[in-house]
Design a protein around this ligand. Structure first.
Ligand code: PEP
Ligand code: MN
Length: 356
């Protein structure tokens, strides 16, 4: 695949370790991924933006010759994350084929502009991840900065959005924002990164399938020869073999874009509702996780499950809020009672565990 045609491929598959760690790890991973026959581009992080100092911050420029060797060995084009102009210069010097801008960089217009300026005069493919915060404008703005620098081979990566609270996903997908991105920039391909959305490997398949069902243009998935020993993002990485199985398991529904634009308004509303329902499910599941911790606490402290005063207060508060938001008192009462009922069930289960 020539550099110029990489982003034109439908269902572009990018795979590789979160980070390049050692020469052997890079070469072994590259070879095994190549052998799956299911990889178009090999990824590896060289400079790692980490939330807290002290964690592994990437091997640095020393890893670039390893990537060159991996390319010689497999013929796979290479993708590396860049966060500043010095990264861009080194990547260009070492013949990296695709650059991506990470979520922590997209939030900062100065940083994106610095990268765009460093890229002026080249036309290397660049993928822009969504910012960590759910702000569509920031994502679009970053893309515009790259376009204004004269770059034409551009793509987006949806990697989810950070949030606080009980977590099932590491980053909440908020699919609607990715769909809004597609609507605003229909000519820019958008691929999905289930690894950073999920944070754990057992959730990857479902998210990858969902991305395919929403007509994404490809996937970026982290893969490592010994994932549990990875120096970064261990819990979400999968072996090349597991990667191949995951890709083979995906059902690709042919979606003719011509039909998509003709889809009726009703279909679009339905899709929107599906996404909202998915969010509701996710939120309910997060709630029940907290509920189980409360159950554990009450069990350890010998408290009853039902605290009547608190329950009355909650019910009243939500009826008022619901009515203010256009929901009927009857509906909100039924809904909250149902949720409360299930919470009691869940706590009851926790309470009765290990009791003889
Ligand atoms: C990565 O791809 O390894 C990475 C750091 O991702 P993100 O920018 O999505 O956190
Ligand atoms: Mn990672």
């Amino acid at each position: 695949m020539t550099q110029a045609s990489i982003l034109q491929k439908k269902h572009l598959l990018i795979a590789g370790p979160c980070s390049a760690e050692t020469e052997n790890q890079v070469l072994e991973t590259a070879q095994r991924l190549k052998n799956t026959g299911r990889v178009d581009v090999l990824r590896a992080g060289i400079w790692k933006p980490r939330t807290r100092p002290g964690a592994f911050e990437g091997i640095g420029a020393k890893g670039l010759p390893w990537l060159q060797k991996a390319k010689q060995l497999t013929g796979l084009p290479l993708a590396v994350e860049v966060a500043k102009s010095s990264h861009v210069e080194l990547c260009l010097e070492f013949g990296i084929d695709v650059l991506w801008i990470g979520a922590r960089t997209t939030v900062n217009p100065f940083a994106v502009q610095e990268i765009a300026d460093a890229l002026k005069g080249t036309d290397i493919p660049v993928l822009l991840k969504n910012p960590i915060n759910p702000d569509l404008s920031l994502w679009l703005g970053g893309m515009e900065r790259l376009q204004n620098a004269g770059l034409t081979q551009l793509g987006a990566i949806h990697r989810g959005f950070s949030f606080t609270g009980e977590k099932i996903y590491r980053n909440r997908p908020q699919w609607q924002i990715a769909i809004d991105f597609k609507t605003a920039m229909p000519d820019i391909p958008i691929i999905n990164d289930p690894s950073h959305i999920c944070g754990k490997r057992n959730l990857l398949q479902r998210v990858a399938q969902k991305a395919m069902d929403l007509n994404f243009d490809g996937l970026m998935i982290e893969s490592h020869i010994t994932p549990d020993e990875a120096w970064s993002d261990a819990a979400q990485q999968i072996t090349p073999k597991e990667y191949a199985l995951l890709i083979e398991s995906l059902v690709i529904r042919e979606n003719d874009p011509a039909n998509l634009t003709e889809k009726s308004q009703l279909d679009r509303f339905r899709k929107e509702i599906d996404l909202i329902d998915e969010e509701i499910l996710h939120i309910l599941a997060s709630r029940m996780k907290v509920v189980r911790s409360i159950g554990q606490y009450k069990k350890e402290n010998n408290m009853t499950i039902l605290q009547s005063n608190r329950w009355q207060e909650i019910l009243q508060k939500y009826i008022e809020r619901g009515v203010q938001n256009g929901l009927s008192e009857e509906f909100i009462t039924r809904l909250i009672k149902n949720i409360h009922d299930e919470s009691i069930e869940q706590q009851d289960k926790v309470m009765s565990e290990d009791v003889n």
